[in-house]
Ligand binder design. Sequence first.
Ligand SMILES: [Zn+2]
Length: 321
Amino acid sequence: MNNLNAKIQIEKIFREHNVKICLNPWNQKCNRISKAHSIQNNKILSKISDNGKVLTFDLREHLLNNNYKLSEKGRKVATTFTGLCNTHDSKLFSPIENYNFREYDLEHNFLYAYRALLKEFHAKISTYEIYKYLVSEFPELSNLYKSYINGTKKAINEMSKFKREFDNFYLTNKFDEIITFYLNLDSEYLIACSTTFYLVNDLRNSLLNDIYNPNSKLRPFFLSIFPQNDKTNILISYFKKDKELFSRFFKDFNNLSLKKKKEKISLLLSMYCENFIINPSYWETQFSFDEKKKIIDIFCNSLSNIENYNIKNNIKINFFK
Ligand SMILES: [Zn+2]
């Protein structure tokens, strides 16, 4: 199969198995699922795009070429997902779509985390469908995909639990059940992300999430980054019940210099964030070839094994220049 054919095939598989579902907390049935926003509103997207285009990590490119690069995408293609219908997307996220972020607003902080969870949950459900399809079409792959399928199944189970908790908090106005660590940088950097992940180690290399142990409990971070009001907002949210576990990590993080903080957040982004966009001119002009290569290597190698990198390591990459 030549590259173009393979690309068309892969696109087709992803498109056909992209799950359309409305993950609204009211459990209402919805007929028409449209594309929900995962990253910010049009104002922020316009800022980050050049002529409607943004750059992003692209798993499909990676599957196909192995030599990884950032892909150019239409800004809406890169940042929307079919995990909510139009009505419920607007109803749920209106406070953060239509108003600027307020640091001390618990509901705002909660909604950013909620959206990061729904986006990731939807991505996992779709990935599961793709693996199932691949194994049914190509039984010879079943051994190879068995562990992926089991891993994805486990991720979906975990995330369903998180979603039930979020739904419940949302419906009962318990926004303070989600705690947000907030960092603002005093300039608008042209990048954005929204993701859910499990930080493996803290800055002293103590274990936070034992991701390879099927019996261990996972404790997620919900990360949102976006430029607004002459600042770049960085939100790392987590469940209140996990506060103690993460307290030393945030204490250590607070003690770092601004330069180191930027490097650590950049490392988290490269290790854990597929749902990420960056302005094309910013990427082309502000990053050296070596730095681009380093970032892309981290992203690719983390996909296959997150333990290739560690947040405590001194890795000098910086998305905030
Ligand atoms: Zn709906």
